[in-house]
Write a protein that binds this ligand. Structure first.
Ligand code: ZN
Length: 191
């Protein structure tokens, strides 16, 4: 899928914000942060949620108390988890459908020369996010032409990693939404 072809900004941002006059061009960081906070995952709609506690047969995440837990954090012992009805969790459905919620591109000369520490930061951010919400995870990555492209199951994780890179290493960051408002695209670059 040509993800990069489906992105635009400016005009669509105005339409999505109910006609308020956002400047043309990429959304400002605050704008997308607010929108990400309000963003509702179509894979987590009420009708998609399990009606009672359940276990993801792909990743072992447990659904209980209206949220998802990693197995070791679930509010019931493993032997009870094993009895739960099996479902496919929203993150695994996205992975099956190959439909990311966020795409983060990391590039620039600084990235080339600090690849290992940057990869560690990305990994650590994913692990922390996943602990809080097992539905936030990296679903794919590709490396080429001096850039690392990471697909995440939701826009919050792509945003979180981009923000962590900016905080740790400065550089330039650009946030955009896809036309259908379902996918955030975040580009971080430092030369
Ligand atoms: Zn799962």
């Amino acid at each position: 899928m040509a993800i990069s072809d489906s992105f635009s900004h400016g005009k669509d941002a105005n339409a999505r914000s109910g006609g308020r006059n956002l400047p043309a061009g990429a959304l400002k960081a605050q704008d997308i942060r607010r929108q990400v906070d309000e963003w509702k995952d179509p894979y987590l709609r009420d009708e998609e949620r399990p009606k009672r506690p359940a276990l993801c047969e792909e990743c072992g995440a447990v659904y209980a108390n209206h949220r998802w837990y990693q197995a070791e954090d679930a509010p019931m012992p493993a032997r009870e988890q094993a009895q739960l009805p099996r479902v496919i969790c929203p993150a695994d459905r996205r992975m099956r459908d190959r439909l990311p919620g966020g795409v983060l591109t990391v590039s620039g000369a600084f990235f080339d020369s600090h690849r290992q520490t940057i990869e560690e930061l990305i990994h650590n951010e994913e692990q922390r996010a996943r602990k809080t919400n097992p539905m936030e995870r990296i679903m794919d990555r590709s490396d080429g032409n001096g850039a690392l492209t990471i697909q995440t199951t939701n826009p919050k994780l792509a945003q979180r990693i981009g923000h962590a890179l900016e905080k740790a290493y400065h550089g330039d960051i650009v946030y955009k939404w896809s036309e259908d408002n379902r996918m955030a695209r975040i580009n971080w670059k430092r030369d």
